[in-house]
Every structure is written in C-alpha cells, then in structure tokens.
Design a protein around this ligand. Structure first.
Ligand code: SAM
Ligand code: SF4
Ligand code: FES
Length: 353
C-alpha cells in the first residue's frame, strides 16, 4: 500500500494523522487528488450536513503599521491610497450585512492603531445591540487587555493567521516580530474566550510540504475553531512581487488534509482561492471548506484594500455578492445556513446566545 493510501485509511478510520501522514496527503497527485478531496468533502458533510456558513466582511481600514513582506497593505507600500471608514460608515455596512441576512459580520483591517480598543469596542457594542449577528474581529496583534475588552464588548471570534509554522520563515517574512509573538497572541485570544481562527498561506518562498504539514499540526494543537488557508498571490509593490503565486492544487490539498485532521474546524473557501481560479471557491467547497466570506465593504473603498492584485468582487456591491455566493453554494449541492455558524465545539456563554 502506498503512503498516501495508508494515510487516507487512517483519516477514514478517525485515527490521528502523523506528520508523515500529512506529508503523504499533501503530496497527493493524479487519481489520489480526487480520493483526497472526496474524503474531505464527506468528512465535512458528516459534521456540518450540507450547510455552508456565510461571513460578511467589512474591510474598514487599509492603514497598517506592519511590513509583512507579502502584503500590499504593508506600511512600506507608498503607492497605496489609504482610507479609514468612519464609525458610522462601518455601522452602516454592518446594517446592510444584517439586512441581507448575514448572521456574522467580520471587521477586518490592517494593524491600525488609530482604531483604538475604545473605538472598536464602541463599534462592536453598537453592532451587537442593533443586529442579531455574531462579530468576528481580524485586526492583528494587540495587547491582551484590548483583546479582553473587545471580547467583553461582544466580539465572538477573532482571526489571526499564524501564516507559517516555520519560525525562521516567519521571522524572515515579518520584520521585527516572531512566530512566538504570534502564538502568544493566539494564546491570549483563547484565554479571553474567543472562538479562535488561525490559518496559513500556501506557496511562500522556502516553504515545503513538511512546513505545510507543520501548519496543520500547529492548528490542531491549538484546537483552532477556524482556519483560513489560501494561496500566496504576489503583489508587485512588495518585496515578494517577483515570487511565483501559490499553486491552487497544493492549496486544495492543504485544505482537504486540514479537514481530515480537524473535522469540526470552520474552513473558508477563501477569497484568495477564488482569485487564483474563477471556480476556486467551488473547488474548495468540494475539498473540505464549509464557509464563504463575501465582501460587504462599500464599493468605493474596495479596490484600495489591495492585499494582492486581481482580488474578486471589486466592482460588485454587497447585494450582488450575496446573490452570487448563494448560487455558488447551490451549484455544489449545498445550502446557506441560517444560523450564526458558531463552532460546534464552542459553548456559547449565556450573554452571547
Ligand atoms: N492585518 C491583519 C492581520 O495580518 O492579521 C488582518 C488583515 S490581513 C490583510 C489578512 C490576511 O491577508 C493575512 O492574514 C494574510 O494571510 C493575508 N495576505 C496578505 N497578503 C497576502 C498575499 N499577498 N497573498 C495571500 N494572502 C495574503
Ligand atoms: Fe498589515 Fe496584516 Fe498586511 Fe501584515 S498581513 S502588512 S499586518 S494588513
Ligand atoms: Fe462577489 Fe461573487 S461573491 S461577485
């Protein structure tokens, strides 16, 4: 029996996958790929039925003090026109998301200190008071007290991707910081009672299948409730502008292996996977994903949130994206959930229920 078949059988038995097993799954090629994706899709359907959860993303500021080598929002990118949505504009976008039937709003930005914890708490509190939605934050590294205050203000979840589990590669890609710092923040988020999301980029320079297996092992160890897994897409105004984009095939293998290793984890069909292939999100849903994250940022800001070029949905407004994702989900035989889409493992505290 091949290493791939052995690893897949272990996954189907529910046995814990080792690093070697994950490497074998990630290296799937030819007919193995279909078997890997089918097993991941089955695992998804077993835990979540056919339900796909939607998260409405508001990209409220593209200011960033960091300099991640891969990202178009990095402080060093002087060619980007910067914007900040006002508090009222964010609340209006959240209201639009709620009126379109979304049950989760994701507030995402660069690391922007102008948006102090007080300002963010005010926004989170107002969204929770006005709308029946869960709130996810994706605003980067902050002191533990700020994470705690935001949780108290009503935020349910927090996304902070570890990006890569290789400490040397992490340090090379993130000037002035370390993987240990990132992991410290992830631990704080756990201690504050969030549903915690992490995730990694596929196709970074110097990355190997072993590193990608370590990404999955790290997320399993952290027991993350969500994992954002997407391909690297080069941006010409960054130091990695000349590096090739991450492979769609490898990204889908990572997603499928992550599903088999973490059956009840929320796994989005990312915007990045939809950017590298017109049917990328449908493919991801057939390979273990169970979440889609449509954009509800007002269209006038969208092209300025240029993490990478060619991002989908730049011209469409929130209503168009709502209809589009619904059709996309139906086209792969699934349906949109009308629940909040909390992690099946999360014990919702009484005040947040
Ligand atoms: N600033 C926050 C942070 O870094 O956690 C949140 C916003 S950041 C733009 C969201 C995610 O974008 C990052 O976690 C990173 O994985 C992803 N990203 C940035 N540049 C990318 C690129 N060139 N290709 C693929 N993903 C990228
Ligand atoms: Fe800033 Fe996040 Fe981009 Fe890094 S990935 S430069 S922290 S927006
Ligand atoms: Fe935005 Fe399809 S989700 S146009």
């Amino acid at each position: 029996m091949t290493a791939f078949s052995r690893a897949l059988n272990k996954a189907l038995d529910g046995s814990e996958l080792s690093r070697g097993d994950l490497v074998a799954l990630l290296s799937a090629e030819g007919e193995e790929v279909g078997r890997l994706h089918a097993a991941a899709e089955q695992a998804t359907l077993r835990v979540f039925g056919g339900e796909v959860h939607l998260r409405a993303v508001i990209e409220f500021s593209n200011h960033c003090v960091r300099n991640c080598l891969y990202c178009g929002l990095r402080a060093g990118n002087r060619s980007l026109v910067r914007y900040r949505m006002s508090e009222d504009e964010v609340l209006e976008a959240a209201g639009r998301a709620a009126s379109l039937g979304y049950r989760t709003v994701v507030l995402q930005s660069g690391e922007d200190p102008w948006y102090t914890a007080d300002r963010l708490c005010r926004i989170v509190g107002a969204i929770k008071a006005r709308h029946d939605v869960a709130v996810t934050l994706c605003v980067g590294e902050r002191p533990k007290e700020e994470y705690a205050a935001l949780r108290t203000a009503g935020a349910d979840r927090f996304l902070l991707k570890h990006e890569t589990a290789d400490p040397e590669l992490y340090a090379a890609l993130h000037p002035g910081t370390s993987l240990a710092e990132r992991l410290k923040c992830l631990r704080w988020l756990r201690e504050c009672g969030y549903q915690v999301g992490s995730g990694n980029i596929v196709g970074l320079p110097g990355q190997t299948v072993e590193t990608l297996a370590d990404d999955i092992l790290l997320m399993r160890e952290l027991q993350v409730e969500m994992a954002g897994i997407g391909p690297f897409i080069p941006h010409e105004s960054t130091p990695l502008g000349g590096h090739p984009r991450g492979s769609l095939e490898l990204t889908l293998n990572v997603l499928a292996a992550a599903r088999l290793a973490m059956p009840d984890c929320m796994l989005p069909a990312t915007t990045a996977v939809g950017t590298v292939h017109p049917r990328g999100r449908q493919m991801a849903l057939r390979a273990g994903a169970n979440v889609v994250m449509p954009n509800v940022t007002p269209t006038r800001f969208r092209e300025k949130y240029e993490i990478y070029p060619g991002k989908i949905c730049i011209g469409e407004d929130a209503g168009e994206c709502r209809g589009c994702v619904e059709a996309l989900i139906r086209s792969v035989g699934r349906r949109v959930s009308d629940g909040y889409g909390h992690s099946p493992r999360w014990n919702v505290p009484a005040e947040a229920a």
